[in-house]
Design a protein around this ligand. Sequence first.
Ligand SMILES: *[C@@H]1O[C@H](CO)[C@@H](O)[C@H](O)[C@H]1NC(C)=O
Ligand SMILES: *[C@@H]1O[C@H](CO)[C@@H](O)[C@H](O)[C@H]1NC(C)=O
Ligand SMILES: *[C@@H]1O[C@H](CO)[C@@H](O)[C@H](O)[C@H]1NC(C)=O
Ligand SMILES: [Cu+2]
Length: 574
Amino acid sequence: MRTSSLLAILVAGVSSFTAAAPVDEKRGYCENTPTSRGCWGDFKIDDDVTHSWPNTGVTRRFNFDVQLKTLAPDGVNKLMMTANGQYPGPTIEANWGDDVEVKVCNFLPLNGTGIHFHGVRQLNTNYADGTVSQTECPIAPGDCHTYRWKATQHGSSWYHSHYSIQYGDGLLGPIVIHGPSTSNWDIDLGPLLLTDYYHESVFDLAQRPIVKSLGIPPIAVNGLINGKNEFDNGGKRHELKFTKGKKHLLRLVNTGSEVIFRFGIDKHKMTVVAVDFVPIQPWETKTVLLAVGQRFDVIVEADQDIGDYWARGVPMLTCFAINLMAHDIRAIVRYNSASTADPTLTQSISWPMLDTCRDESLSSLVPYIPHDVGPSDITKDFDALLLPSANDSLALRWQVGGPAPYKPPKASPIAKQLFDFSGPSQDAADNITADFVPIDLTHLSGANWVYLVIESFLPLPHPLHLHGHDSYILARGAGLFLANAIEIQTANPPRRDTINLPSNGFVIVAFQTDNPGSWLFHCHIEWHLHDGFAMSIIERPESEIKALYANSGQESEMRRVCANWAASGLETRE
Ligand SMILES: *[C@@H]1O[C@H](CO)[C@@H](O)[C@H](O)[C@H]1NC(C)=O
Ligand SMILES: *[C@@H]1O[C@H](CO)[C@@H](O)[C@H](O)[C@H]1NC(C)=O
Ligand SMILES: *[C@@H]1O[C@H](CO)[C@@H](O)[C@H](O)[C@H]1NC(C)=O
Ligand SMILES: [Cu+2]
């Protein structure tokens, strides 16, 4: 790995962003400027983040106190679960190649917690993935735990609680990793988080008979853009400041619980430069479609008349995610920040907001740095079924490729079970105690290719999120998966960390076993995850996984967090 000079960064709030710029010009580095956004000091956009990143030697430290706080994002009071009393939570901002350290203290009275850094690869740091019942026990009330990881990728994402359905009550925030781009821009406007929103606690909603028994998500009463919207004459919309003639970078993130959004700004086209954490060949479009967990970095040129324009997040209703504020989830783009007027354009003369549940077309998402996918070393085929569960035949639960929904034991996460197993080490993955069956890849000791085929026979899309990896989209389609009739694309297919399984259809994704650990692969509709739509992947021989935890002091830390959780007396299953 190469090293580079330290990159300077100005840490600012979400609304006023200053891009990081290399400071040391005398060594002839290529400086990241509005006309050279492909440059990054010693590095550049052509450097493949899979294999190379700067070693800045800088550690960015954050403290999150997880606490209840009454806030009113849309004018209606709600008791939320927050990081530091803020919603959205503070931005984790770093430069490509920095180390990130996040200390999380749990001040909630009745819930455990755990923070996951969505899309962050966590190369050789599985223990920092923050996934309750995979990589850690819940952090008990009164306890703290520190996550440490390296920003080997650059781009935009979010962090969120991975404890039960907790992030639906607010425990989430943006991640920005500054780095080079495949297209030039002038002003970084920072993250733009889109979400569906409930006025009641998601924990209360989960107890509603229709949600509890039928696995049907509750109806969202509103949607928010950067934690704001109007509701019943209350609340205030988020505002974005455009400078005429300049190109603005927007970091779009769907932080929702269920909804798929189509996002667009009236009269303004955008150029997409990154999909999740993967830089792509610049793609010009009027709108983009984001399922939960997905991100787009887009560049919007202020090339229209000076005025006020709507930025719209329109929920796609054909996917059965009902939202009562359908066409009213909006922010305002102002060329003149002194203006207070509402934009005048109506829905009918904005860009068409075609209602669909499919991901963007694969031909639009061409990775800037091509990777080809090798032949499969192992292929697994799963049906996603909503069925009465064995233990509770009155309730429908998601069961994916196994005899039971994913209902993990919180007090003995998979990583801990590998340590606790008393037989021969290489048998540990076979002896995991859980109702579901983990995908055991511990016999693959190199960087092998794994293909996963997931099919669904219900008219619902599922944003499938693989932890620890980008996954490659080899094929997808409607209807039955007929192995012989499907052509797969192995030459530079789109890759990203969250892929939408089409409703009534199938998707084939591939990943390489290059990151030891116990990783979750799950639907990011949090209601579906809560009802069991997840798989646990155990990657690389047990000895490698255990060595990562043991050598970093994280085995004893895991045991400490687990002991405090056990002592808390809170429930171990839901
Ligand atoms: C989390 O806390 C809420 C109350 O704030 C409670 O209703 C819920 O049962 C708790 N759930 C879990 C899984 O700890
Ligand atoms: C389901 O039932 C089995 C067998 O009775 C039991 O071992 C298991 O703990 C139950 N799982 C849950 C989630 O209650
Ligand atoms: C581990 O699993 C194997 C295969 O399922 C089984 O034969 C063996 O008895 C188990 N060992 C222990 C110690 O539980
Ligand atoms: Cu789902």
